[in-house]
Design a protein around this ligand. Structure first.
Ligand code: GAF
Length: 386
């Protein structure tokens, strides 16, 4: 794939490109906590997007989406949202750079990869981070990595219309091979946790559905959390986000809450605690407890945060039946995409086969499964590696 992208670049633009790779992510635990200033535990995976890029000494940005076999050109003096949806993730990043005062000169791009779209593996964050990384390199801006992450996140807000948290972009940029990264989304402090995977595998089960509620409901959940915070501030002026809220604080004022807002808030407060407990389990090598936290996270997402769907619940229920599965949960924004499963290596094939059969029988859909490897975040690909 990498070679094909490089060849396509040479064919279209007749020059030698710089190559950047940018990965998708999984999230082990800590869902819908990032925009509540809480904790997340994602990792970058070996589903990646590659960028071949070079300056072209004009004022035009020429882009070619390899997977879609589509090209487009944009005048860099008037960057604005486009009706070409794939281009918006790129234009959003350029707009952020320009707003921050960086001069984006003309450049050519071919990009493509193997992150399934709409599977909840953050292909959009990988595109945003990869382009930010590539432009930072070719135009020598020297922008710190964390600022690139923030620009990529704002690109998603402003050009894709999803008020996402920082997790996906952070994981894509800061991932580390064989490690998950625990991020405190308030301070942006982070710690890497080694994943001892000799006896386990992370398996993603892709429902292949994306219910169209996804982005509108995401923004609604965010507003419900904000409504909960606004209410609690009347009693506790020091509360700035759900991160500052404890279970007793919520319980004491339960009667005053809108019931939906209350459910959303209790989920987030418990999920933050679960991330802490899951990290302790990792430190102690206690994968069984870790897996139990994953199941508990799913239950919260299903019943309290209400962002799951029939297909995801079915897959988690099936996984729970098998001794070989330590933990399983829906992952990402919800309403479709993948479940993440922690599976004993000795039963990997049996797990995949049983899940495929059950899913086919229930929904008539072929379940796609991916065994995820944990890799480094966005990086340059040296010429010798292509
Ligand atoms: C999506 C968002 F992009 C993330 O920021 C995060 O909120 C996630 O949903 C839910 O945990 O992937």
């Amino acid at each position: 794939m990498l070679q094909e992208i490089k060849d396509k670049f040479k064919e279209l633009y007749n020059q030698e490109p710089t190559i950047v790779r940018s990965p998708g992510r999984v999230n082990l635990i800590g869902e819908h906590t990032d925009y509540n200033n809480g904790f997340v535990l994602p990792a970058a995976i070996n589903k990646e997007i590659y960028f071949a890029v070079a300056p072209n000494n004009t004022n035009t940005f020429r882009a070619y989406a390899y997977d879609l076999e589509q090209g487009a050109e944009f005048d860099l003096s008037q960057v604005q949202p486009s009706n070409i949806s794939w281009a918006n993730y790129l234009l959003g990043v350029i707009a952020q750079l320009q707003q921050a005062g960086y001069e984006v000169k003309g450049f050519d791009l071919v990009y493509g990869g193997n992150i399934p779209i709409g599977a909840g593996l953050s292909s959009s964050a990988a595109v945003e981070c990869g382009l930010a990384y590539a432009l930072n390199h070719i135009f020598r801006y020297n922008i710190p990595k964390l600022d690139l992450v923030k620009m990529a996140q704002l690109a998603e807000h402003e050009y894709a219309g999803v008020k996402c948290g920082i997790m996906d972009q952070f994981a894509s940029m800061y991932g580390r091979r064989d490690h998950a990264v625990k991020l405190d989304c308030r301070s942006l402090d982070f710690d890497y946790y080694h994943l001892e995977m000799a006896d386990y595998r992370i398996v993603l089960c892709d429902t292949q559905v994306k219910h169209n509620l996804a982005s509108s409901e995401y923004n609604t959940c965010r507003q419900e959390c904000e409504a909960g915070v606004a209410h609690l501030q009347r009693h506790y002026p020091e509360v700035n986000s759900l991160r500052d809220v404890t279970v007793p604080m919520l319980e004491l004022h339960q009667e005053e809450f809108d019931p939906t807002v209350y459910k959303r808030c209790t989920y987030v407060v418990h999920e933050n605690l679960r991330v802490e407990e899951a990290c302790q389990a990792l430190e102690q090598g206690d994968m069984k407890s870790f897996g139990e936290k994953m199941f508990a996270s799913h239950r919260g997402l299903q019943h309290k945060y209400e962002v799951s769907c029939e297909e995801l619940d079915f897959l988690v229920d099936q996984a729970r039946e098998m001794d070989a599965v330590l933990g399983a949960r829906m992952m990402g924004g919800g309403f479709g995409g993948c479940t993440i499963n922690l599976v004993k290596l000795e039963a990997l094939e049996e797990f995949i086969q049983r899940m495929e059969e059950a899913y086919k029988l229930q929904f008539g859909i072929h379940l796609k499964t991916y065994v995820a490897e944990i890799v480094d975040g966005s990086s340059l690909v040296e010429p010798g590696q292509v």
